[in-house]
Design a protein around this ligand. Structure first.
Ligand code: PLP
Length: 306
């Protein structure tokens, strides 16, 4: 297929020369080897220096769909998605607006993450938490677009997980075909897992590690696959035991685990998502959850900021 609607049409983000397929490397690790398990690292953190990891896979198709319009999206004060969107705007010359949760942030100096967004040209709009929660209601969204003076903006949801994003993450699964039995990914909204599972071969399965507390993701992932593909795709499951108390909760033990993994493998380990997923894989391996001979692919969805 060719033409602007083809899934393989290059789109504006291709001009940024992403490193795709992302590298797949072996992490020789005695803790896994003892159990007869091989650990591979799927280095999505190396796709692009500014549009890091799964944010590239989710944003690239949305930048095509935006077709030059202002891109408006949402996030918290440390959102990786907001930073990636702002960087895309700078690199591609697209105006971007970031709606940030927390009116009180407007009166403080910008934290390093939001400062990076602003330096990349993103216009930041701070909204109170009650309004932020209602941001997908049509009247609330319309008011936000008016207030941002961007009534025609292309709207990307919080975390970037819409149907385009989920379809974009199918490539992640396809790149792993023939290379691993289980592909593991940390989950926020679940959009990356929804696409990854759809792209894997029938004999492979995806394992999602939610980093938020709540246990609401199963239904959300099914809904995302419905919208992206018209029904369920692939084999996937979630293990809800590894959020460590909730989003951005990083215990000293998890931090030490991540620092040790960095020493062993020379991989910068992002703490809020990637560390929890790697810790889950080691725990599951030590519990005997994977038969001997299993090949695991751990998706490195991001890298530490700054
Ligand atoms: C955003 C993000 C995720 C979560 O992706 P979802 O598609 O929302 O589940 C995982 N890892 C990193 C590093 C991220 O920035």
């Amino acid at each position: 297929m060719t033409g602007p609607d083809s899934p393989d049409a290059p789109g504006p983000a291709a001009a940024l020369r992403p490193r795709l397929p992302s590298p797949l490397t072996e992490a020789a690790d005695g803790r896994f080897a003892r159990r007869g398990v091989r650990l591979l690292l799927k280095r999505d953190d190396l796709i692009h220096p500014a549009l890091v990891g799964n944010k590239w896979r989710k944003l690239a198709p949305n930048l095509t769909a935006a077709a030059g319009r202002t891109v408006l999206t949402f996030g918290g004060a440390y959102s990786n998605h907001l930073r990636a969107t702002a960087a895309a705007g700078r690199l591609l010359g697209l105006p971007t607006v970031g709606v940030v949760r927390g009116q009180e942030l407007a009166d403080r100096p910008l934290n390093p993450s939001l400062a990076r967004c602003a330096a990349d040209g993103m216009r930041l709009r701070f909204v109170d938490r009650a309004t932020y929660r209602r941001k997908t209601e049509p009247e609330v969204l319309a008011a936000l677009l008016r207030a941002a003076e961007a009534p025609e903006a292309y709207v990307v949801p919080e975390g970037g997980s819409n149907a385009e994003a989920v379809r974009g993450c199918r490539d992640l699964g396809a790149e792993l075909a023939g290379h691993a039995d289980v592909a593991a990914v940390a989950c926020g909204t679940g959009g990356t897992l929804a696409g990854l599972a759809a792209g894997l071969a029938p004999e492979q399965r995806a394992l999602g590690i939610p980093v938020l507390k709540g246990g609401f993701l199963d239904g959300e992932i099914r809904r995302l696959q419905d919208r992206a593909f018209g029904g369920p795709r692939g084999t996937w499951s979630l293990d809800d035991r590894f959020h460590g108390g909730g989003y951005a909760r990083v215990s000293p033990e998890l931090d030490a685990f991540a620092a040790d993994f960095e020493d062993r493998h020379g991989l910068p380990v992002e703490r809020l998502y990637v560390a929890k997923m790697l810790h889950a894989l080691l725990t599951l391996t030590e519990e005997g959850a994977f038969p001997r001979g299993t090949v695991l692919a751990a998706v490195v969805t991001g890298r530490p900021f700054p």
